[in-house]
Design a binder for this molecule. Structure first.
Ligand code: UTP
Length: 235
């Protein structure tokens, strides 16, 4: 047990948006810095990281929709892009991170019991990689899940559309559920700060969720370590 009473083997799960990983803006500096941080932290506690597909996934889904692809086919496009990002991050992290990310939840659980650090993308149609992160957090009894996204927390309205929207620093799961229900359609490429399936997994398992701006690495480190951070905490 650690000083805070956390079991040494319980992992921290990090869900990184594709729009944080590959932005076209100084990615060649950001990715090694992120990889270095994750590798360093993995010496202190196990880390499981999911990667989203970001804008590229959304572009493929949008194009596929105009071409008449089914919802399942659209989801599969998104999954493939998220796996591409997982391959990239795993390669930049290097050993001991497995270079071939698991593709199913069962394989990810198995691998997480063997590796101190693990990266994966999507698993199956019907949710986002935040959902994968939530399911894994529940299965692995994670200490917390950190969602690294484009915006610095959960806002009362989308801060990119309304700059006067205020950040919500603390919230409970019933309040968060209400916000998701009123703003997500549940189709491929859905966009909300977190996934409905992920939320239900975390709420069931009573695992706290922390939402941070993914490009601010010192703050992300605080959130991953369980220390005071800037962003939103849901519990
Ligand atoms: P993402 O996880 O990239 O969604 O999945 P997002 O919230 O848009 O991601 P970021 O944070 O900006 O990167 C993209 C799409 O891929 C499909 C869904 O259609 C999802 O909307 N997907 C992904 C699945 O169907 N299953 C998965 O396990 C992962």
């Amino acid at each position: 047990m650690t000083e805070s009473g956390e079991a040494d083997t319980s992992p921290v799960v990090l869900s990184v948006g594709g729009s944080v990983l590959v932005t076209g803006d100084a990615d060649e500096r950001f990715l090694p810095d992120l990889a270095g941080l994750l590798k360093r932290l993995a010496k202190e506690f196990p880390l499981v990281i999911t990667t989203g597909g970001g804008r590229v996934a959304r572009d493929y889904i949008r194009l596929g929709r105009t071409l008449g692809l089914t919802e399942t086919e659209l989801d599969e496009l998104g999954i493939d892009v998220s796996r591409l990002n997982a391959r990239l991050l795993a390669a930049v992290i290097g050993p001991p991170c497995p270079p071939h990310p698991p593709t199913s939840l069962a394989d990810a659980v198995r691998e997480a019991h063997r590796s101190r650090i693990l990266v994966l993308g999507g698993t199956e149609p019907g949710h986002t990689t935040d959902g994968v992160a939530g399911l894994l957090a529940e299965r692995l009894r994670a200490r917390r899940l950190v969602n690294a996204t484009r915006v610095p927390g959960l806002f009362e309205r989308d801060p990119r559309k309304d700059p006067t929207a205020r950040r919500i620093d603390r919230l409970d799961y019933p309040g968060f559920r209400k916000m998701i229900e009123t703003s997500v359609a549940g189709t491929a490429g859905q966009q909300f700060v977190f996934d409905r399936l992920g939320l239900e997994s975390l709420a069931r398992a009573k695992i706290p969720l922390r939402i941070v701006q993914g490009r601010d690495l010192p703050n992300m480190e605080l959130a991953l370590r369980g220390e005071n951070f800037v962003g939103t905490e849901i519990r």
